[in-house]
Design a protein around this ligand. Structure first.
Ligand code: UD1
Length: 431
């Protein structure tokens, strides 16, 4: 299994180009199942999760063509690839366990398959390291649209013989994936669907705009109430994936935690307001430019409390990285995790760097200190892995982050991007 070796303590200086958002790209790819016409996505990131979704969609019958992005396409500074997905014929409505267990977002094929084929059989995603993560809210909402759902033998078997019918759905809890599945299902349902307490993440906006470009009728984009008037069929479109706000935030913290100065290109300040305002309170300078952000920090950062919340609150996907930064700030800070029940697994690993962190239920108290020291550590999930990389960049001496396959699911060319800013970082293959 690959590992990453870092010799820390170097203030990062340079430029990093942010890729397309993984969490936007995955539902956009699933939208191919709604139409027999080609859907072209530009600014696609190159990540293991994207390959996993491609494999899943191929076995449903999608044809996927990829090409390098010509300069001038996508957001300025973006370097990703473009991908054209065509699902002329759906050859299977089954999403098998073997593919779904690798990535929870596989469950996003459920809504589109059910809408177009009136049937889907999708493996239950199962647990994952950060919590139980059920899909009950997806299923209840699809039932409200007339689906009959049977969970048996580890599979969700959903049918809607006469097609889905629009309905009012009030989500009891904000769910990103649930909102996405319902948007796609409702796009082809008969009549009007209203989604209340819908997720407002920018990735939802990206999907809704894409569906509209494909001929859907969705209003209320960006708000907690989405109205969808179903249409008989959708057509092809060409859509850009928004910049990855979690990659943006992770590299912004890389600049701050090493007390360096990094220009982040191809991204936007407003995607990550909550994190940037907490960083500014901590004493980090963030200067937005027309298509870039300059992030810099000196010593003397202060501890700032944060609580994770659905968008526009502080994202749970930035919680572990924030903890690494707070471990190097002056004074104490508190992090409260409200989205996932088991998302502090990075704490014992961060303490190996000398971080002073105590967990009490859903909150962690961090007492910052000036110097962390390098250590061998183990990655447990995607964002936890990036917090260990960040701590390693700040720490004096050598760090070895083991089990980094999680990182490859969500960060493209991480060593290259950090290395270009002066980080002493290398991948040890098979380490
Ligand atoms: C998405 C993101 C993930 C992020 C998360 C929260 C993708 C591919 N992944 O995950 O990176 O951490 O949003 O911002 O976009 N829940 C239920 N029942 C359900 C669905 C969710 O109880 O049917 C709970 C979850 O266990 C969790 C909370 O609701 O506690 C939010 O989950 P949700 O927003 O659905 O997360 P994902 O879409 O899986």
């Amino acid at each position: 299994m690959d590992a990453i070796k870092i010799v820390g303590g170097v203030p990062l200086k340079g430029e990093i180009t942010i890729g397309g958002a993984k969490n936007a790209a995955l539902p956009l790819m699933a939208a191919t199942l709604l139409t027999d016409k080609p859907l072209t996505l530009i600014n696609m990131p190159e990540l293991v999760d994207i390959s996993t979704m491609s494999n899943l969609l191929r076995q449903h019958g999608a044809r996927i063509d990829q090409s390098a992005l010509a300069p001038g396409q996508g957001e300025a500074g973006a370097t990703g690839r473009s991908m054209t997905l065509t699902s002329e014929r759906i050859t299977s409505v089954v999403a098998p366990y073997d593919l779904v267990r690798r990535m929870r977002a596989s469950v996003l094929v459920l809504g589109p398959l059910l809408a177009r084929m009136h049937e889907a059989k999708v493996s239950l995603p199962g647990g994952c390291a950060i919590g139980t993560r059920p899909v009950d809210l997806h299923l209840k909402a699809l039932e409200a649209l007339g689906a009959k759902i049977d969970v048996k033998g580890g599979y969700i078997h959903a049918t809607a013989p006469g097609g889905l019918k629009g309905a009012k759905v009030v989500f009891p809890k904000v769910t990103v994936g649930g909102t996405e599945n319902l948007l796609m299902a409702a796009a082809l349902a008969a009549g009007e669907t209203i989604l209340e307490n819908a997720a407002r993440e920018p990735e939802i906006g990206n999907l809704a705009e894409c569906l509209n470009a494909m001929g859907a009728q969705i209003t209320g984009i960006g708000s907690g109430t989405l109205r969808i008037t179903g249409v008989k069929e959708l057509h092809g479109a060409r859509v850009a994936v928004i910049p990855d706000r979690i990659e943006t935030g992770t590299y912004a913290i890389a600049a701050a935690i090493t007390r360096g100065k990094v220009v982040l290109k191809g991204t936007r300040f407003e995607l990550l307001d909550s994190v940037f305002s907490a960083m500014r309170q901590a004493g980090v300078s963030i200067e937005p430019g027309p298509d870039s952000l300059t992030v810099s920090a000196d010593n003397g950062l202060k501890g700032v409390d944060v609580m994770t919340e659905p968008y526009p609150g502080f994202p749970t996907d930035m919680q572990a990285q924030w903890m690494a930064l707070m471990a190097t700030a002056d004074g104490a800070s508190m992090i409260t995790e409200t989205i996932f029940e088991n998302r502090f697994m990075h704490v014992p690993e961060l303490t190996r760097f000398g971080a002073d962190v105590n967990v009490h239920g859903a909150s962690a108290i961090i007492r910052g200190r000036r110097n962390l020291s390098g250590a061998p550590v183990m990655a447990t999930d995607l964002r936890a892995s990036s917090s260990l990389i960040l701590a390693g960049l700040a720490a004096e001496g050598e760090t070895l982050v083991n089990r980094i396959y999680h990182l490859d699911r969500g960060y493209e060319r991480l060593e290259e991007k950090l290395g270009a800013c002066g980080a002493r970082i290398e991948r040890i293959v098979g380490g």
